[in-house]
Ligand binder design. Sequence first.
Ligand SMILES: [Zn+2]
Length: 134
Amino acid sequence: MPVYEYYCKGCDGIFETIRPLSRSSEPAPCPACEKKAGRIPPTSFSAFTMREGYPRAIPDRGTYYHLGKEVKRRISGSVRMNEHPELNKPRPKPVKSKGEREIMREKQQLRAKEEKRMRADRVPVIRDRTRRGE
Ligand SMILES: [Zn+2]
């Protein structure tokens, strides 16, 4: 059976109920106050962070909703649009394999060797010819 969303005016909250399609348009009893609540179009509210100005989700667990997903805290500080720190956790840095580490070490050694050689050869500093007239 599909899930439908209903809005309770008394609680100013939204709840979901599983119902057969044939009964989806009927009002559903609110799980908090048992008043009849009318059906609302799906996902019309789920794109908002609920609570504090926005309708709450019923039953109220003191949580917030971000893009339809339940989160404990509201977004605070600066975050990228549509991102919530509880839902978009930073990915751990990929661990380099032994082979990759060896290649890195080799590259570093080669670079160090090259720098050493350049210093030893005393690569002449190219003079700035535009300043000759000074
Ligand atoms: Zn209610």
